[in-house]
Design a protein around this ligand. Structure first.
Ligand code: FAD
Length: 469
């Protein structure tokens, strides 16, 4: 037929996992085809995830910092928000990056086939709905990187334009007067942060007893305290049981853990209750690849599925659904497919919420250590004693290091405060290298920086801290 392609390695999906795998395989001398249904490369992360959210969070940070400069004797006028210009700027950042990927693919002779790919056999994918018409792509080896999509809830009118998922929220159609964020996880709280800064009154509802379940409670508390002061309401241990689209707004029914029922009406609702893998959408069975009932594809340490010439990476293989995990797995899969000895052997994967303040953690949390019965000791440094943090006009941060009591090695870390996401990388390195408290405590950190708080937390644990600030 007219449209038939073959490559040694075919990558299905061009998110951070997929493009990384495709580029690495091409760099190792393989002929590579990348299949993508979207008009642009980059997947969720570049188009509707990490990057546009961080662009908007930057704007949010500038707005709130300007507002709070009053305490330092500087005041600005209330910001005038040109939503079209802000959206245009954000879209520009995204298209610069997705366009860059086109160039990187061309430079490596990675052929991009556009359309939705579904397996039609163990060495064949049928591609349809793309601009080049229907086609087939055969392969020697395949890397599945089909990613994930937002979870929808059955009792929510998702077809009402006032009900948004994260993609809708990033479109920035308007700034609602009152907005409900349904789900107090990382994505929901990041978008809450953006809309709060832009002037919306925010309510967050979370089923669990803390925001950002997964992080230690004490590390979320500074964030919670700050947003309690800014947002309209934070409802914990509360679930949404019904939502009705009315002319005046979205009428939402809440039920708390004691059975108390209440209703409220919002101009918009962001549903951020998690993401589900796209494994069920690719007809993986035709290739003999098993997909579990939730849509995940199981892989071994070499990222191989049960079918030895088919690999899978990124959100579609499991938690945590994070871009840096997908990238790492993409490299492993490409290198193994190209005949190299490689396996996924990272000990830890950092998690970051780019809220204000940021919350970041890596390795064991205290909660996890407790539930798994692992003994840990800790060193905690409150940023109220950090000269740099106070100079930045902020005092609520905290750095916590967890140590193995046997050998004082770092086994976990959590940081809440401005730039926590950047700071957590040092702790990840410490864990990967088997660093102990003395390594962190005796490494000279630049003064005055927030990075010193890791140094101080280690010294707190060692009992060798002398003067703070
Ligand atoms: P995806 O990025 O999901 O890409 C999969 C690609 O495959 C898509 O382009 C899709 O169109 C394509 N595809 C799927 N099926 C087919 C098919 N059948 N045929 C053709 N193409 C197909 N992670 C972080 O690490 N840091 C962050 O700050 C961060 N922020 C986020 C903010 C938001 C709002 C969201 C929603 C997510 C965020 N994430 C973040 C998560 C991150 O985006 C994902 O973990 C990451 O994109 C997963 O990469 P992936 O390669 O597995 O798949």
């Amino acid at each position: 037929g007219a449209g038939q392609h073959h490559a040694e390695i075919v990558v299905l999906g061009s998110g951070p996992g997929g493009y990384t795998a495709a580029f690495r395989a091409a760099d190792l001398g393989k002929s590579v085809i990348l299949i993508e249904r979207n008009p642009t490369l980059g997947g969720v992360c570049l188009n509707v995830g990490c990057i546009p959210s961080k662009a908007l969070l930057h704007a949010a940070k500038v707005i709130t910092e300007a507002e709070e400069m009053g305490a330092q004797g500087i005041s600005f006028a209330k910001p005038r928000v040109d939503l079209d210009a802000l959206r245009g700027w954000k879209d520009g950042v995204v298209s610069q990056l997705t366009g860059g990927l086109d160039g990187l693919a061309r430079a490596r002779k990675v052929k991009v086939v556009r359309g939705t790919g579904t397996f039609s056999g163990p060495n064949m994918i049928a591609v349809s709905g793309g601009e080049d018409g229907d086609t087939t792509v055969s392969f020697d080896q395949c890397i599945i990187a089909a990613g994930s999509e937002p979870v929808e809830l059955p009792f929510i009118p998702h077809d009402d334009p006032r009900v948004m998922d994260s993609t809708g929220a990033l479109e920035l159609a308007e700034i609602p007067k009152r907005m409900l964020v349904l789900g107090g996880g990382i994505i929901g709280l990041e978008m809450a942060c953006v809309y709060d800064a832009l002037g919306a009154k925010i309510t967050v509802v979370e089923f669990m007893d803390q925001l950002m379940p997964g992080a230690d409670k004490d590390m979320v508390r500074p964030l919670q305290k700050r947003i309690e002061g800014r947002y309209e309401k934070i409802l914990l241990k509360t679930k949404v049981t019904a939502m009705e689209a009315q002319k005046k707004g979205l009428k939402v029914t809440f039920e708390d853990d004691k059975g108390g029922v209440s209703t409220d009406v919002f101009d918009r609702v962001l549903v951020s209750v998690g993401r589900r893998p796209n494994g069920k959408l690719i007809n993986a069975g035709a290739a003999g690849v098993a997909v579990d009932e939730r849509g995940f594809i199981a892989v071994d340490r070499q990222q191989r599925t049960g079918v030895p010439h088919i690999f899978a990476i990124g959100d579609v293989v499991g938690q945590p659904m994070l871009a840096h995990k997908a990238v790492h797995e993409g490299k492993v899969a490409a290198e193994v497919a190209a005949g190299h000895k490689r396996a996924f052997d990272a000990q830890v994967i950092p998690s970051v919420a780019y809220t204000d303040p940021e919350v970041a953690w890596v390795g064991l949390t205290e909660t996890e250590a407790k539930t798994r019965g692992i003994k840990v000791e800790k060193g905690v440094f409150p940023w109220a004693a950090s000269g740099r943090s106070l100079s930045n006009g902020r005092s609520e941060g905290m750095t916590k290091l967890l140590f193995d009591p046997e050998d004082d090695r770092v086994v976990g870390a959590a940081i809440v405060g401005t730039n926590a996401g950047d700071l957590i990388a040092e702790a990840a390195l410490a864990i990967e290298m088997g660093a102990d408290a003395v390594d962190l405590g005796h490494t000279i950190h630049p003064h005055p920086t927030l990075s010193e708080t890791l140094n101080f937390a280690a010294e707190m644990f060692e009992g060798t801290i002398t003067d703070l600030m």
